[in-house]
Ligand binder design. Structure first.
Ligand code: UDP
Length: 459
């Protein structure tokens, strides 16, 4: 009898990981599979506060929690601190959890965890699964190209392309695979131009994924073959199953860590098609005050309708002038929210372009909805995504810093006008949107991959 009745799914504790894995969990549950979804206690509390009733949504997806090793009120933004703590305490807690489920199953094999899907950024979970004799697959929440680069880290070190801390000593273009474009050293997935310590920490963290990835032969990717064919072919065992979309059932319960302000949807309803600039920089980007105000002034100068997500922690200082003067001045055409239902915003006909930090989820959401992108990456794979957006798929433009790295108000205005006015970019966006739609349709490559993955779990 098929033994794939109970699957454990575990994301890295951050918005950009919880969201796609929750979507995947629901896709798999639709095939009659029971899912146990493991969040850290801290993430669970935040998700439940923002999405009351999420845990009652589906009888097949059950939420459980384990601690991340930090105190309830401790800061979790520092990457080295949180990753060290996770690694120290979570593997044992995960093992205990699986043992507890087994004990409670009272010998009923259908109830016991028989398969694990682990975010590769918590790749240690695959080792826990292997130790416990549980079949497993890795899930990669970024682009397939970013995974290829990550898995090539040992070769990049061996070839002297990067040193042991991931810095490229020469400024040469980097070739990973023949069919992939040559990358600038800034495109390295662990890039963090503003902070070398973070660069090193991400590199160390990604290097550990190379080791953990040997514990599985299946790599589920939230991408689609037509978008990243060379990268998908460059990963043995790659199963591109994206773009994972929030199903109608999930749309209001996708696992946001913050309350979504849906008043912006009514606001968008009042605007003509292709008239609104949407600005959202994801869940972790932080702006210095000077940069933040340059963006604000750029938006003010362009004087077109805009919807801007300004998280309470988007800046590294208080935004007093913003509240006192700016919002008043732009009140006739600008709307600011703390957190938006982004997928619905991007699907709204009023949205004309998306000024983004190029996080992979945001990138895919923009591509799937055919929205032209203006790119301002902040760190990590966002630079690589920008290169694909601007140079490979040609669905957007980047903004350039001045001699001090500042993106001025003039640059913001100039590039927004260029993106909004480009027929070529819009045509490319519509082409990619159609490719995305086809991938997840009945005969599409992503849907077929998902179905063969379900078969693989059964085998
Ligand atoms: N998001 C959202 N509302 C917002 C801003 C972001 O729902 O106001 C969601 C967005 O749709 C995406 C995720 O948060 O699914 C951000 O993930 P991404 O990979 O783009 O960036 P990260 O936050 O990991 O940097």
């Amino acid at each position: 009898m098929a033994k794939f009745k109970h699957v454990l799914v575990i994301p890295y504790p951050a918005q950009g990981h919880v969201t796609p894995l929750l979507k995947l969990a629901h896709c798999i549950a639709d095939y009659g599979v029971k899912i146990t979804f493991v969040n850290t206690e801290s993430i669970h509390a935040q998700v439940m506060a923002a999405n009351p009733g999420l845990d009652e949504g589906s009888s097949r997806v059950k939420f459980v929690t384990i601690p991340d090793g930090l105190e309830t009120d401790e800061e979790r933004k520092d990457i080295p601190t949180i990753t060290e703590s996770i690694l120290r305490v979570m593997p044992d807690h995960l093992q205990e959890l699986i043992e507890k489920v087994k004990k409670q199953s009272d010998g009923n094999e259908d109830e016991q965890i028989s398969f694990m899907i682990a975010d590769l950024t918590v790749g240690w979970a695959l080792e826990v699964a292997e130790r416990m004799g549980i079949e497993r697959a890795g899930f990669w929440p970024a682009s397939a190209s970013a995974l290829v680069m990550t898995l090539h880290i040992p070769k990049l070190i061996e070839g002297g392309v990067v040193d042991n801390n991931g810095f490229a000593p020469k400024n040469d273009l980097i070739t990973i695979l023949e069919d992939l474009p040559a990358y600038k050293s800034n495109d390295l997935v662990w890039s963090c131009p503003e902070d070398p310590a973070i660069h090193k920490a991400i590199f160390k963290f990604l290097s550990s994924i190379v080791h953990h990835s040997k514990r599985t032969n299946s790599f589920l990717c939230n991408s689609f073959r037509d978008l990243e064919a060379p990268a998908c072919s460059g990963i043995p065992g790659a199963l591109p199953i994206g773009p994972l979309m929030a199903s109608a059932r999930l749309v209001h319960r996708r696992g946001s860590l913050w309350n979504e302000d849906s008043t912006c949807l009514n606001w968008l309803d009042q605007h003509p098609a292709l008239s609104v600039i949407y600005i959202g920089f994801g869940s972790t980007t932080i702006f210095g005050m000077e940069q933040f105000y340059e963006l604000a002034h750029g938006l003010e100068q362009i004087a077109r309708p805009f919807l801007w997500v300004v998280r309470p922690d988007l800046t590294d200082g208080p935004v007093t002038e913003f509240h006192d003067g700016f919002l008043q001045r732009v009140r006739n055409y600008g709307k600011v929210v703390q957190w938006a239902p982004q997928e619905e915003v991007l699907a709204h006909p009023a949205v004309a372009c998306f000024f983004t930090h190029c996080g992979w989820n945001s990138t895919l959401e923009g591509l799937s909805n055919g929205v032209p992108l203006l790119c301002r990456p902040y760190f990590s794979d966002q630079f690589l995504n920008r290169s694909f957006i601007c140079d490979v798929w040609r669905v957007g433009l980047g903004v350039d810093g001045d001699e001090n790295g500042l993106i001025t108000r003039h640059e913001v205005r100039k590039k927004l006008l260029a993106v909004l006015g480009s027929d070529e970019i819009r045509a490319n966006c519509l082409r990619v949107k159609e490719m995305a739609r086809k991938s997840v349709s009945e005969e599409g490559s992503s849907l077929k991959n998902l179905q063969s993955f379900i078969e693989l779990m059964k085998a």
